[in-house]
Design a protein around this ligand. Structure first.
Ligand code: HEM
Length: 70
């Protein structure tokens, strides 16, 4: 697996867990409020998303040699 494919896949998986944590947070709010430390839990996957997302924003270097290698 190439690095950019790996990072794209990672971004996808962390995005899913981020949404799950946000869902849990909303459910906890409906049930009387999450504990105050829970506010910081989504920030960890969000940081990973910001880092991997910044990598995905980076212009891709392409193979311009016309062959399959590289
Ligand atoms: C925090 C800053 C974030 C940045 C800078 C960022 C940036 C990006 C970029 C540049 C792409 C590639 C788009 C493309 O070329 O097609 C991407 C894909 C994606 N992003 Fe983000 N993103 C961020 C946060 C999030 C969040 C919060 C979610 C959802 C919870 C998310 C979900 C996704 C998904 C599902 C994809 C498609 C992945 C794939 O191609 O398999 N991202 N993001």
């Amino acid at each position: 697996m190439t690095t950019s494919r790996f990072i794209r896949q990672g971004h996808r998986w962390v995005a899913g867990s981020f949404l799950a944590v946000v869902g849990l947070y909303i459910a906890a709010m409906a049930l009387g409020g999450p504990p105050s430390w829970f506010v910081y839990v989504p920030l960890f996957p969000l940081l990973l998303l910001a880092l991997s997302g910044s990598y995905l924003l980076w212009p891709r270097r392409r193979n311009n040699r016309g062959d399959a290698a590289g």
